[in-house]
Design a protein around this ligand. Structure first.
Ligand SMILES: CC(C)(COP(=O)(O)OP(=O)(O)OC[C@H]1O[C@@H](n2cnc3c(N)ncnc32)[C@H](O)[C@@H]1OP(=O)(O)O)[C@@H](O)C(=O)NCCC(=O)NCCS
Length: 145
């Protein structure tokens, strides 16, 4: 698998991959929103290709202090072959280059089985924190594309 920076020309294929892997594609995944991610931190938005097919994707975020991982997915036909570990490894290298001290991610409760994947990569569950969100427009948040 060759890992590359995401480019908008991959948009349709990446959205399909998210859908196929069970990731909810919502209001933050429109072309406009993903263009914004690319402008801000292009080095953290990665895709993995085998020949010309995109089989993995991850969006890294950096707010100037902490790192975040969003929408990691490997095509179900290619799972359990090490590609998830590989693209996460590349993203972690990019975070290290940015000298990020901590990287966070959020797992939806229905998706508990993915916990073991992250544990295997050295991630730990934080039981000293409670996540809260402020959502200015709840209709926008619920939007599915
Ligand atoms: C999570 C996901 C990205 C893992 O990708 P993958 O390519 O299948 O994972 P890998 O093959 O790189 O696995 C790396 C290691 O984790 C282990 N692992 C992977 N999935 C696992 C699971 N569900 N339970 C336990 N261990 C798992 C593998 O056995 C492997 O162990 P090893 O290094 O000892 O061989 C993939 O299952 C996926 O796309 N899931 C659907 C979308 C999703 O839930 N994304 C995360 C949102 S938070």
């Amino acid at each position: 698998m060759i890992i590359k920076k995401f480019s908008m020309k991959f948009y349709g294929e990446v959205v399909e991959l998210w859908r196929k892997s069970g990731i909810s594609v919502g209001s933050t995944d429109t072309k406009e929103e993903l263009e914004r991610v690319v402008r801000r931190t292009p080095q953290l938005f990665l895709v993995g290709k085998i020949y010309e097919k995109i089989i993995s994707v991850v969006i890294g975020g950096f707010d100037g202090r902490r790192g975040y991982v969003h929408h990691l997915a490997v095509d179900p036909d290619y799972q359990k072959k090490g590609y998830g570990k590989m693209i996460m490894g590349e993203l972690m290298n990019k975070f290290l280059e940015l000298k990020v001290h901590k990287v966070h991610l959020f797992i939806e409760k229905y998706n508990k089985e993915v916990i073991e994947f992250y544990r295997n990569l050295g991630w730990e569950i934080r039981d000293d924190l409670i996540m809260m969100s402020y959502i200015p427009d709840k209709n926008l948040y619920k939007m599915r594309i």
